[in-house]
Design a protein around this ligand. Structure first.
Ligand code: GRF
Length: 197
């Protein structure tokens, strides 16, 4: 029987994984929140090296394994209680959504509902923010449902965009917000979820 007071998180990431690393660092010595598994659809993702450095088991999967029950099986075998998406680019299949109701969180590098949806990821988001002459942008941390970037928003933080900022400079400012807030919001979210159980 699992200890209900301990949350066991899986992080899904497709890329470099700097957010995953911020989360790994934050929870390194937390006895109540264990980062138990890192999952990636990209065998060359930098996040896999970070997982190895922190001694966290990692698995790579393809579309078929994601859609059939392989990935769900790994989550269940590892007694995962919550899922965090940190730069993960595929839609979560219904089987995983129904196994983890309100237990999947994503971070988006803009102020949703603006600049979200299919194809809006990475530098494309910051280029679009610049092209729209926005004066501010930020991060949105939200629950995950069957649509891209559409679940309930739990937290947003803002930063300024100056007319002369490049997309790279905007990205850097947004990343700072991500590292500062995402781990802390995850901690609050799993703690609140526990109280709901
Ligand atoms: C972050 O900007 C995150 O908001 C978005 O994807 C990016 C991942 O960056 N969903 P990294 O791999 O964590 O460096």
């Amino acid at each position: 029987m699992q200890n209900q007071s301990i949350a066991r998180l899986a992080i899904f990431a497709s890329g470099t994984g700097t957010n995953a690393e911020a989360i790994l660092r934050y929870f390194k010595d937390d006895p109540n929140v264990i980062i138990a598994l890192i999952l990636s659809n990209n065998p060359n993702a930098g996040v896999l090296d970070r997982a190895a450095r922190f001694g966290v088991p990692a698995k790579v999967f393809n579309r078929e394994q994601f859609r059939n029950s392989d990935v769900l099986g790994w989550l269940q075998k590892n007694a995962i209680t919550h899922i965090v998406l940190a730069g993960f680019l595929w839609l979560i299949p219904g089987t995983i959504l129904s196994a983890y109701p309100r237990r999947i969180l994503n971070i988006h590098p803009a102020l949703l509902p603006k600049f979200g949806g299919k194809g809006m990821y990475g530098s494309k988001v910051h280029e679009a923010v610049k092209a729209a002459s926005e004066t501010e942008t930020g991060i949105s941390i939200h629950e995950v449902n069957e649509h891209f970037d559409e679940g309930e928003i739990l937290f947003q933080a803002r930063c300024k965009v100056e007319p002369y900022d490049t997309p790279e400079e905007i990205a850097q400012r947004v990343h700072e917000l991500e590292y500062k807030h995402f781990p802390r919001v995850i901690k609050e979210w799993v703690t609140k979820n526990k109280a709901d159980r």
